[in-house]
Design a protein around this ligand. Structure first.
Ligand SMILES: NC(=O)c1ccc[n+]([C@@H]2O[C@H](COP(=O)([O-])OP(=O)(O)OC[C@H]3O[C@@H](n4cnc5c(N)ncnc54)[C@H](O)[C@@H]3O)[C@@H](O)[C@H]2O)c1
Length: 279
């Protein structure tokens, strides 16, 4: 059966909302900036990649402000939140999407690479959450913080020791943040994408080959589109999710719960003929 993807037909209204998106220079972050702007939001798009940021923001008009900053430093995180406060006067939504995912075998993992992965994926998420939450509390209107994890945190896969564990740490961090910030009417949730087809994806050939081989084993036998992750982020940023807090929402078409089953399911196990009335 041909699958219909209807994400583009669902609409949210973020008119007047101030939204921060990190990791906005490419991939899912770029797509989120576009959809938030199109839904009426005023957006601070932040990334360490100036060129990619310019590309993201071209043609989006003056409702988006681009800022080159590194979320792994306290100064960088502060600069991003300050930009939102100075330009727009408030922060309503903060999407902590920026991350790095270098893969290597556990036995060859270098400490400095491990530390850099954690500096961006964990410390960066913490610094952004803290700075954004302080601004939201100051604004007195609550807010939404949406952190990013990955399906990789749910299943072991080779080469992902630093990345997968850093994403799992974000889920644990999110639960604590949800409890501590809830009294300030700030809801904090995590989104866990599966394999998403973000282009261009300049992967080493051996990794690209591994991904191609995985696609037929995925429950829907296809990677997700960035827009399908955006749909869930927009939901978590909207009034529709006012009772969702501390959750991890998987956007992986079931990939983290199992692999595609291609054979026929039969009920001819003789042990259970008395149950199934077969045989
Ligand atoms: N694409 C996938 O298949 C996939 C799967 C699971 C989870 N995810 C998660 O989704 C999110 C986005 O994924 P993507 O594939 O679009 O990523 P990407 O690698 O395409 O883009 C990440 C962006 O973050 C930026 N960035 C990295 N470190 C930064 C720092 N210190 N400060 C500021 N910006 C920084 C990069 O410059 C880049 O523009 C990530 O959190 C990732 O872990 C993605």
């Amino acid at each position: 059966m041909k699958e219909q993807i209807n994400t583009g037909r669902v609409s949210f209204d973020f008119t007047g909302k101030i939204v921060i998106v990190t990791g906005a220079a490419r991939g899912i972050g770029r797509s989120m900036v576009k959809y938030f702007v199109e839904s009426g939001a005023l957006v601070v798009a932040a990334d360490r990649d100036a060129e990619g940021l310019t590309e993201t923001c071209t043609h989006l008009g003056d409702r988006v402000v681009a800022l080159v900053a590194d979320i792994s430093s306290a100064d960088g995180a502060k600069a991003i939140v300050d930009e939102a406060m100075n330009k727009f006067g408030r922060v309503d939504v903060c999407v902590n999407n920026a991350a790095v995912a270098p893969h290597t075998s556990l036995l060859k993992e270098r400490t400095e690479v491990w530390d850099r992965v954690y500096a961006v994926n964990c410390r960066g998420t913490f610094l952004m959450t803290q700075a954004a939450a302080q601004a939201m509390i100051e604004g007195g209107k609550g807010g939404r913080i949406i952190n990013f994890s990955s399906a990789a945190s749910k299943r072991g896969s080779p080469g992902g020791a630093a990345y997968a564990s850093s994403r799992a740490a974000v889920e644990a961090f999110t639960r604590v943040a949800a409890i501590e910030l809830g009294p300030h009417n700030i809801l904090v949730n995590t989104v866990s994408p599966g394999l998403i087809d973000t282009q261009p994806k300049p992967l080493p050939e051996v990794m690209a080959e591994g991904l191609r081989a995985r696609i037929p084993t995925l429950p829907l036998a296809r990677p997700g589109e960035p827009e399908e992750v955006v749909g869930v982020v927009l939901f978590l940023a909207s009034d529709a999710s006012s009772c969702v807090n501390g959750e991890d929402v998987r956007v992986d078409r079931g990939a983290s719960v199992g692999t595609r089953y291609t054979k026929q399911v039969v009920d001819d196990d003789p042990r259970y003929f008395w149950v199934t009335e077969q045989g």
